[in-house]
Design a protein around this ligand. Sequence first.
Ligand code: MLT
Length: 449
Amino acid sequence: MTGTFIHTRLFACVTVKIRFNPTADASLSTTFSKTPTAHPMARLNDNFRKLKAGYLFPEIARRVKAFTDANPDAAKNIIRCGIGDVTEPLPNACREAMHAAIDELGTRERFHGYGPEQGYEFLRQAIVDHQFAGLGIAADEVFISDGSKCDTGNILDVFGPGNRIAITDPVYPVYVDTNVMAGNTGEANAAGAFEGLLYLPCTAENRFVPAIPAEKADLIYLCYPNNPTGATATREQLADWVTYARANGSIILYDAAYEVFIRDADVPRSIFEIDGAKECAIEFRSFSKIAGFTGVRCAYTIIPKALEGTLADGSRQAVHPLWSRRHSTKFNGASYPVQRGAAAIFTEAGKAEVAALISHYMGNAGLIREACEKAGLSVFGGENAPYVWVQCPAGIDSWGMFDKMLEQANVVVTPGAGFGAAGEGYFRVSAFNSRENVEEVCRRIAAHL
Ligand code: MLT
């Protein structure tokens, strides 16, 4: 069998033999053993050891499970206002479009195999027409994906080493953890702050919009409407960030996943409403919270062609072709039925259903705000965002508040400290729930806080 690949697994002695063309080169005949040897195993990414605990939401789920296992009666009573996961059904317009797309796939004539990696033109054009009208964004600057969580993490693939990363505190943990995994940080200190990151404190005093730093940052993560604080940034504040970024050669990674919740007409919905942002920003958007797509999975990222970075030799390079190369190498596109469902959001019927969904969740946010205020707590957010950010009562920290809400009120909230050191002293209540559950949460807040 000269020249033939032979792969034999001998379970009895847990040995795997792989032989390549033994007559050509006997040294390629190798025996691997599963028994420990003196040879070290393949190297792993040591950066993972810097991560302090599990990712926040699985960690919360673990703690809730431990509580419900120990208190089966309370388990039936639990209301989850922790992770911002939508609860209301998919709009009919989306479902109909997805059904029709599935039916197309059942015919030879209209079958779709691999789609364009960047996303179908019909969805990219609908996004530009309905979400970025008048902002000068072209359909080929839109990249469809399966989620903003993935995109905000994966974007690091196109950036080189040595960038100074600025991160708001508190913050959506994905930005921090993905930089840790990529080796862009040192170790964490006792407070959980990573060496090398430039933390931008967001406090009640600055209304959770950070001051422009005195030093240079290369990449700046901003998220408005903000997760977790529910704060919004004004046009002037975003303009200051764009000015700073252009002056320093920085790139703003702008997460606008919660844009649809903005009620106030003066609040900017996109960083690209700011002059000059196309030369210094990437924007992430998602269908998750707009129309119940957290399980369906569809999102998009805008990379303007005018955006450039610097290569090691000092030359300027547009970011768009790098992301395009990355996307087409590592991603085969969101599924056709999902993209059809997403596009249906922009039909007249879809828009009406989305408006009803958003007003439902924002009605919930208003009730939660009111209940917390009546309980005498300081309340932020919840007016242009589905998150209500609440100051803990005196003498109790944010994990203490998580425990109290879980054990006494049987309500799951998210401890502010889980979003960073500056989140200590706060907890987040998600407005994604049924009205019935939110009304019950409000009664329990009145009874226990
Ligand atoms: C949250 O609760 O912060 C969000 O659901 C997380 C996410 O969108 O990934």
